[in-house]
Design a protein around this ligand. Structure first.
Ligand SMILES: Cc1cc2nc3c(=O)[nH]c(=O)nc-3n(C[C@H](O)[C@H](O)[C@H](O)COP(=O)(O)OP(=O)(O)OC[C@H]3O[C@@H](n4cnc5c(N)ncnc54)[C@H](O)[C@@H]3O)c2cc1C
Length: 381
């Protein structure tokens, strides 16, 4: 019988080949264009990868250890392009997970299943202009009407926002209740009253689409509300966002791995003072530190993923994986740029992209300060 680790390593071999052949050759181009490559997303859907987290009955591929394999999927794709990987991180996890856990048959058939095939693109929107780290203070309002809800408000920093066919949003049914008044709604981007107010341009993960959204008297039918019991919306969103931190950590690991591999190769090729620069102990030690940081990031990530696969409480470990992997990952990318000397600053080489992209895993899903607050509940009290 195959062990879980064998399953994960076989899984890595398959996706790594796709990344080498299909993604790495276009990674620079999609970064410069700042465009989400929809055709590649469709291809991954046809190959079954978007459904890594789900059982076969739900349109997934039925793996023994889905959290570890989905982490590896995110890591490998981020090794090619963190911008593109940010898409699958959202599409294969939070944006579909909420429907898988709390959606009815209509939502599963019309939205989740096509999303897992790559036929529909999806997003998850909680952040608002005045509600970031303090997400529960959001102001988007859902008002009950006959047959559904009328939603007014706005979202910002929504990944996949301009390209999404549907978006799970968090809105308040009663602003006076705070977090207890929040519910999840699946919004078809064809609904009247939905609009993209801005496609956001950014220095990091440029091929990941990021948008500001607006809801203006947008009617959402009752069967598009996710949480079954009133007041569960925020708790459900929080559960999805918690496990998602492991996958964001995996994004940081993949990106840092690409930076380390590039720097190691450059140190063997570049000569100064008649020697390979990698033979100077200063460079050798820097590579050693990069490798140690990379392994630390990967071990925290796989540990949290395996805990999730065992059904254990991952609140602290998922936050720790994201904190360690994103901070160590950024250090690795910084070191890679340093080893490249002047060429590190030039667009001819991808190390500048790795450094720019390394900022995303630090912010997406919560900042390092918020991760420290979560870990602090166990570690400091
Ligand atoms: C590229 C990108 C993609 C994103 N994708 C999505 C998405 O798909 N869906 C979605 O809903 N959101 C998304 N986000 C939003 C992301 O989750 C938020 O940006 C993040 O949670 C931080 O919120 P903020 O930007 O409003 O910063 P703020 O909350 O305003 O924080 C500003 C600073 O204050 C610090 N701070 C805040 N509160 C505290 C505190 N209590 N203690 C100590 N320090 C504190 C923060 O750490 C930070 O340094 C995305 C963001 C980016 C940049």
């Amino acid at each position: 019988m195959r062990t879980n680790i064998q399953e994960a390593e076989e899984f890595r071999d398959y996706i790594a080949k796709w990344v080498d052949n299909r993604l790495i050759p276009v990674a620079e181009e999609i970064d410069v264009a700042g465009e989400f490559p929809r055709e590649l997303a469709k291809e991954l859907g046809e190959l079954g990868y978007i459904g890594t987290m789900y059982p076969e009955g739900a349109g997934g591929i039925g793996l023994e250890n889905p959290n570890l394999c989905f982490s590896i999927l995110n890591e490998e794709i981020a090794r090619g392009s963190l911008g593109f990987a940010a898409w699958i991180c959202m599409q294969g996890s939070t944006a579909t997970h909420t429907i898988y856990e709390w959606g009815n048959d209509h939502l599963k058939k019309e939205y989740m299943e096509p999303a897992l095939k790559g036929e529909k693109i999806c997003a998850f929107a909680i952040t608002e202009p005045n509600a970031g780290s303090d997400a529960a203070s959001l102001r988007t309002k859902a008002t009950k009407v006959d047959g559904g809800w009328v939603i007014n408000g706005s979202k910002v920093f929504t990944s996949n926002g301009t390209v999404a066919d549907f978006i799970t949003i968090v809105a308040s049914t009663d602003l006076s209740l705070g977090a207890k008044g929040l519910e999840l709604f699946v919004v078809d981007t064809d609904f009247d009253g939905f609009s993209v107010s801005q496609k956001l341009d950014k220095m990091s993960v440029r091929s990941s689409d990021t948008a500001a959204l607006s809801f203006d008297d947008m009617f959402v039918p009752d069967n598009h509300m996710l949480s079954s019991e009133t007041g569960n919306g925020f708790r459900n969103a929080y559960r999805s966002l918690t496990v998602d931190r492991i996958f964001t950590a995996a994004l940081a690991v993949g990106n840092a791995r690409a930076a380390y591999d590039a720097a190691k190769q450059y140190a063997q090729e570049r000569e100064q003072f008649g020697r390979q620069i990698g033979s100077f102990q200063a460079i050798e030690f820097r590579l050693v530190d990069m490798y140690a940081n990379l392994q630390t990031a990967a071990m925290h990530t796989y540990h949290a993923a395996q805990m999730a696969d065992r059904g254990e409480d991952i609140t602290t470990e998922a936050a720790m994986a994201k904190l360690v992997a994103s901070e160590k990952g950024r250090e690795v990318c910084h070191d890679a740029v340093t080893i490249y000397g002047g060429w590190g600053l030039m667009n001819e080489y991808p190390v500048q992209r790795y450094l720019r992209d390394s900022y995303f895993p630090m912010v997406g899903g919560g900042t390092p300060e918020i991760m420290r607050k979560i870990i602090g509940r166990k570690a400091a009290h």
